[in-house]
Design a protein around this ligand. Sequence first.
Ligand SMILES: [Cu+2]
Length: 241
Amino acid sequence: MKKITIVLLFIFVLLILFSCSEIDIEIPKIVETAISIEDGQVSNGLEVITLKKNDQVKLTFTSNNEIEIHLHGYDIKNLVKPNETSVMEFKAIATGRYNVTSHFDQGDGSHHDHDHDEHGVLFESKSLLLDDFYSYQVPADFADFPIVYHDHMEHKTIGTIEISKNNQSIDEVKILITEKPNSQTLVFDPDLVFVNPGTKIIWENKLARKVRITSGPPPSVSKHSGHHDEETTLFRIEVYP
Ligand SMILES: [Cu+2]
C-alpha cells in the first residue's frame, strides 16, 4: 500500500514539473530580416513580411544612398546611411497592415542642415493624440521669412508661419488641428499666422487620430527644383493575431 502511494506521488510530482516546463517554453518568436535598398527601392525582392502578434522583429537595412525609413502605424523611423547597416527593432504588439515607406533625397546627397525648408529640420513633434499639445518657439534671430509645416502622418495639409519683426508683438499663438466640416480633411486653424521672432506657436490636436507636426513642406510640394523628396512604399508588414 505504502509503495503505491509513493509511486503515485512521484508520478504526480513529475506531471506538475512537466506542465510547468511547458508553460515556460512559450518564448516570443524572433523574426530577423535583411532588407537591401538600391536607389530608393528594395532590391532583394521583399514585398511583405508576415508576422504573428508579439513577434520580436529585427529589420536590418542597407542602402547605397542616404534614406529615411518610416514604419507607419508603429511610427518608427530610421536613417540609413550609405554602406552602413541600420537596425530597426520592435515588438509586433499591434495587429494589422503597415506600410514601410522611405523619404529618398534624390539630390546630390549632401546635407542641407541649414535649409529651413528641409523636412523636419526646424521642428518635428511626436505623434499627437486627441487634446495633445505641441509647441515651437520661433528663435529670436529669425525674421522675414515663412516657415512651412505639415502633418507628417498624411502629408496632405500644410500651414505657414510668417515671421517678421514688423508683425504685431505677441507671446503666443495657438493653432487648432481640426477637420473641415463634413469631411475628413485635416485643417490647421488658422493655417497662416503672422508672428514676430520669439513667438511661441502652440498646436492643439482636436482630432481622434495621430498627427505629427513637421517643419518643411511635405515631399510632394517640395520647393527644391531638381532636388525633391519622394515618399515611396518599400514593403508592407502584416501582423496577424
Ligand atoms: Cu512628412
